[in-house]
Each structure stands twice: as structure tokens, then as C-alpha cells.
Design a protein around this ligand. Structure first.
Ligand code: F6R
Length: 606
């Protein structure tokens, strides 16, 4: 996750760009840079490391342009060097970029074949060359950007400035946020409203697929089909990070929508995209020697662990013992000294998880944790910490922390499988490529929520809702049920679909909606036959699948079609409909979505 800013100013902008970048430093800080247009010419300054290095560079070699873009980087493709720092530029155009370009290898090969000289290892440099090629063909900047955007796959945000255009900036958003600010004869853009707070409180947010042409006196936004669109202009309350809900009514909605970005950011921390392999930070634990894992966590974090059990066992062939921390801590489990004990927690302060961890410490286990809050007790007391880079999660019901936990666990499973010689480089590249596609698929799901809204009207009338899934998506069904009961207060249960006929089927009649998680994987046919058992008893099926509705082989109440994905990554993808069903139902019912009754964000008591 990187931070982007841009200013079309009436005075030189470099100082203010750096000021805005400081407010985005939480998004990335391994290098930074600014570029401006002055008397029609592009120029830039960049520096490795923290922002004060860039400030020093600008003090000795000032930029005085009144139009500029800036960037603070968290490296994805290419090391955090000055050469790889943004803005990237040719003699015609300069760009800052946040996110991942998935088809980077194809675009790189194409440009190299056309004789373009590339000077960095970044995916961003490809964007400037694609735009430059369009400009060389005689297109104006807006058309050049529009043509280029059509070539880019992935979840990203970009901002461009151009040689000979002293009053033009073009920005686009596909999965990563971009806010546009309105000033007095000035315009601004930033990755969030916080960056723009010193300059303006009047902002609008681009939506996915939007691209915007900014001049000092105006803004024209077009959607992905090139149609002019208006986005609501609002007063931002960005003075404090924690009270900013962006364009959303609730923190939970904001956090659901942040997932393409924060999952990409988290993956970027564990994947070398250029080499298509997982690259874990240095760990004092030898993954090759791990022959047994015990996982312990609570609630949603426990379900992330349950998904990981399937990944670790199937890919790395390591047996996994998993339990909710409140049971684990008292079970007095015999543990073999030197085994790996893994703890998953958003807050890093959950009392039961911490107690389970301390039990494992007393049993000479090697302790690894996956936490979102880096300074937390669980992180501090672990031998190895694998952070989720989800950013602050405010909504009590966990959403983005869950998918980021899954992203880290998936990477850990791949790394362990490779270390134990259970997968080869080709298989690793296949799995990494599947993970790389996740943010884009998430964006596609979040683009249209109408179906969840209409489904909420039916679900709000239900007294009980069942969730079914099999295999790796059984925990996703459990998570779906947890989300619904937490925020809508409707009774919901998740079951392994194969268990249906061992009891829960007795509950089914025409008043019971049954949400079925049914990706077209090896379990699909079995799930479908469970769906038919439900339908035959009058159950109201909500069929969530990448297959068509007809694949269910029976009448369903609602079919939610998801993008086709690799079976490995389906839990990350199918988590989103689970969250959206719960969110829209709760909103329709008027409950307190962000602070549901009786719940606390961080459960620091037993
Ligand atoms: C559910 C939820 C809780 C937490 C659980 C563990 O939406 O948020 O179930 O997942 O309380 O919390 P952490 O992850 O902070 O240990």
C-alpha cells in the first residue's frame, strides 16, 4: 500500500506535497518522491528511506512547479531504492501509482519486444511507457490514459501529469482509494482525505473504474465505460483518522471496501511478484523442520485458522491441531517440544488467545503470531510475528482483518510447502498468481451490491438462517453465520454441508433461508446434492457460486454469481458475500452495525 498525492496549485507545490505525504506515511515509507511541471517541463526529486530524506533533497535541489504529484512507497515490484521510487517518468509523462498491476509480466515483455528500455524493476514504469506510446501516436493525454487503463489488470490507483500541460492532472481508481479535494482556484488529490485535510475539507471520492481529469477550475469524472458521472461532494471530517468513514455510512462498510487494497498490501509484504514466489520476512523458525502445528484463536480469527488447517495439511502435508483459545488454554494438550504454535488475532490482546500462547510457551513451543496491531501483547511475546497490514479496524465485526489473516496464512502455507519439498517452483508460481488476482476479484464483487440489498429484505424476516459449505469453505460458512448473528441479531448457524443430514436438516422448512457457499471446486458436486436436499424440503436457497444458477440443479431463491477463481483462494473471495449479506441485512433492520449490542472489539477479559 502506497500513498498518493497531487496538487494543482497557485503557488509552488513541492512543500505541500511533502506535507501531505507525511500524513500518508502510515501507508508506506521505504522511499518517496515528487514530480512537478514547471514552464511545461517535467522534473522530479526522489529519495530512498523516510520522508526527511526527500525533504533534504528538495532543500538542496528545489522544485518550483505549481502542479505536482507525490508518492510514499511500500515496495511491491522492485527493491526500495531511489531508482524504483515514484514518480516514474519519461520525457512526456510522470506517474504515481498505488497497487499491483497483475499482467505486469505480459506488459513488460510486450514493451521490451517493442524496443522500450526499462530502467527499473517496477510495474509502475510500464504504465508511463504505455501512456508515452499513446502520446507518441498523437493521442491527447486523456485518450492516452484511457487507452492505457484498458490494458491494466489489477487493483490500483494512479495519477499522471504531462509535459507542456501546466493545468492538467489525470487520476484513476480501480480498487485502491482516491479522494479529490476542491480548493480556492486549486485542486487536490490523495489516497485518503487525511492527506488533504490541511488544504481542504471539501472532497469527493472516485469509485472503482472512474478516471478523472482535473484542472485548477474543475473536475470531469468518467466511469469505466467513458460515460461522464458525478460523484457526491461532501465535507470531510478527516481531522482524526479514526473518525473518517470516507464515503461510507459505517466503518464496517468502509472496511469491507478497503479489502482489495489492504489484501494487496498484505500480499505485497509476503510475495515477490517479479519472481512469482512467497518471500517471508526473516523468521527464527525453520519451516522445513516443522512437522506439527497447533493453532489457537477466537471468533473470526479462529475461522481463519480453520481455513489454514486445510491449506497446511493439503499443501505442506503438516498435521494441524486447532481449537478456540478458550478451550485450548484449559485442555492441557500434550505438545511435542519444538513444535510450531500459531496464534491469530486482530487486536493481539484477546485474553484467551494470550493465555493459550503462554501455555504453549510453558510447553517449549516455537511461537508465531499473525496480528494486526504490531505493538500488542501477543506480537511482543511471539518468537516470530507475521503482521496483517489491514490498518485500523474500527467496526466491531471483523472483516478486512479476516481476509488479511487469510492472505498471510496462505503465504505461510505456500512457504512451508516449498520448504518441506511438497510443491515445486511451478506450483508455487501458480498459487502466487492465484493470490495476486484476489484484490481484482474482490473489487469486482464490491462493484455491485444491489443483490445483497434486495436479499436483506427477505433475510430480515427470518428467525433462523443456515450457512453451508464444504472443505476449505466450511469455515467460510461458519464465518458467514457469525457475521449475520453479530450485527443483525438473527440466529444463524454454519454447518459442514455433509453434516446436514445428521441433524440440521430437521430445521429446514420454507421459512429458513440456507446460504450455500459453492465454488466450483472438487467439492462442488457434493455441495450441489446437499442444496437439492434443502430445496426438496422447501428451504430457501441462497446459492453463492462461480457457476451458473442452473448448476444448482434446483430452484433457488437467490443466486449470487462470483468471479471464477482458483480453488486455493476461494475463502478470501467468498468471505466478501458473507460480509455483505450480514451488513445489508443489519442496515435494513436498523441495528447498530459498527457497535453491535453486547460485543467489544477487543476481548481482554476471559
Ligand atoms: C467477529 C469478531 C470476533 C473476533 C474475536 C477475536 O466479527 O470480530 O469474533 O474475531 O473476538 O479477536 P482478535 O482477532 O482481536 O483476537
Amino acid at each position: 500500500m502506497c500513498g498518493i498525492v497531487g496538487i494543482l496549485g497557485t503557488e509552488p507545490v513541492a512543500g505541500r506535497l511533502v506535507e501531505a505525504l507525511k500524513r500518508l506515511e502510515y501507508r508506506g515509507y521505504d522511499s518517496a518522491g515528487v514530480a512537478t511541471v514547471e514552464n511545461g517541463s517535467l522534473d522530479r526529486r526522489r529519495a530512498e528511506g523516510k520522508l526527511h530524506n526527500l525533504e533534504e533533497r528538495l532543500a538542496s535541489e528545489p522544485l518550483t512547479g505549481r502542479l505536482g504529484i507525490g508518492h510514499t512507497r511500500w515496495a511491491t515490484h522492485g527493491a526500495p531504492t531511489e531508482t524504483n521510487a515514484h514518480p516514474h517518468m519519461t520525457d512526456r509523462v510522470s506517474v504515481v501509482h498505488n497497487g499491483i498491476i497483475e499482467n505486469f509480466k505480459e506488459l513488460r515483455a510486450e514493451l521490451l519486444a517493442q524496443g522500450v528500455t526499462l530502467s527499473t524493476d517496477t510495474d509502475t514504469e510500464l504504465i508511463v511507457h504505455l501512456v508515452t506510446r499513446e502520446l507518441e501516436q498523437g493521442h491527447d493525454p486523456a485518450v492516452a490514459v484511457q487507452h492505457t487503463l484498458r490494458r491494466l489488470e489489477g487493483a490500483f490507483a494512479v495519477a499522471f501529469i504531462f509535459r507542456n500541460y501546466d493545468d492538467l492532472m489525470i487520476a484513476a481508481r480501480e480498487g485502491s482509494p482516491l479522494a479529490i479535494g476542491f480548493g480556492d482556484g486549486e485542486m487536490y488529490l490523495g489516497s485518503d482525505a487525511i492527506a488533504l485535510a490541511p488544504f481542504t475539507d471539501t472532497i469527493c471520492y472516485l469509485e472503482d473504474g472512474d478516471w478523472a481529469v482535473l484542472t485548477r477550475n474543475g473536475l470531469a469524472i468518467r466511469d469505466r465505460n467513458g460515460q461522464p458521472v458525478e460523484r457526491p461532494v461532501q465535507k470531510s471530517v478527516a481531522s482524526a483518522l479514526l473518525v473518517d468513514k470516507g464515503n461510507h455510512r459505517h466503518f464496517m462498510a468502509k472496511e469491507i471496501h478497503e479489502q482489495p487494497e489492504v489484501v494487496a498490501h498484505t500480499l505485497a509484504n509476503y510475495i515477490d511478484f517479479a519472481e512469482s514466489r512467497v518471500l517471508l520476512p526473516d523468521m527464527p523458525i525453520d519451516l522445513a523442520s516443522v512437522d506439527r502445528i497447533s493453532i489457537s484463536a477466537c471468533g473470526t480469527a479462529y475461522y481463519a485458522g480453520l481455513v489454514a488447517k486445510y491449506w497446511f495439511e493439503r499443501l505442506a502435508r503438516v498435521p494441524v491441531e486447532i481449537d478456540v483459545a478458550s478451550e485450548f488454554r484449559y485442555r492441557e494438550i500434550p505438545l511435542q517440544p519444538g513444535s510450531l504454535a500459531l496464534f491469530i488475532s486482530q487486536s493481539g490482546e484477546t485474553a484467551d488467545t494470550l493465555a493459550a500462547m503462554r501455555y504453549c510457551q510453558s510447553q517449549d513451543q516455537r511461537i508465531a503470531s499473525i496480528v494486526n496491531v504490531r505493538e500488542s501483547s501477543i506480537a511482543r511475546e511471539s518468537d516470530a510475528v507475521l503482521p496483517t497490514l489491514a490498518g485500523p479496524e474500527i467496526g466491531v465485526a471483523s472483516t478486512k482483518a479476516f481476509t488479511c489473516q487469510l492472505a498471510v496464512l496462505a503465504c505461510l502455507a505456500v512457504a512451508m510447502a516449498r520448504a518441506r519439498g511438497k510443491i515445486d517452483g511451478q506450483k508455487e508460481a501458480e498459487l502466487v498468481s492465484a493470490l495476486t488476482e484476489v484484490p481484482r476479484h474482490m473489487s469486482a464483487i464490491l462493484r455491485d451490491e444491489a443483490i445483497y440489498d434486495s436479499l436483506s429484505h427477505t433475510l430480515s424476516k427470518a428467525k433462523d438462517v443456515l450457512y453451508l459449505g464444504r472443505g476449505i469453505n466450511y469455515p467460510v460458512a461458519l464465518e458467514g453465520a457469525l457475521k449475520l448473528k453479530e450485527i443483525s441479531y438473527i440466529h444463524a448457524e454454519g454447518y459442514a454441508a455433509g453434516e446436514l443430514k445428521h441433524g440440521p436438516i430437521a430445521l429446514i422448512d420454507e421459512t429458513v433461508p440456507v446460504v450455500v457457499v459453492a465454488p466450483q471446486d472438487e467439492m462442488f458436486e457434493k455441495v450441489v446434492s446437499n442444496v437439492q436436499e434443502v430445496a426438496a424440503r422447501g428451504g430457501q436457497v441462497v446459492f453463492i457460486s462461480d457457476g451458473s444458477q442452473s448448476a444448482a440443479g434446483c430452484d433457488v431463491m437467490t443466486a449470487i454469481q462470483l468471479p471464477q477463481t482458483h480453488p486455493f483462494t476461494t475463502p478470501l473471495i467468498y468471505a466478501l458475500p458473507m460480509q455483505l449479506i450480514a451488513y445489508h441485512t443489519a442496515v435494513f433492520m436498523g441495528t447498530d452495525v459498527d457497535q453491535p449490542r453486547n460485543l467489544a472489539k477487543s476481548v481482554t477479559v476471559e
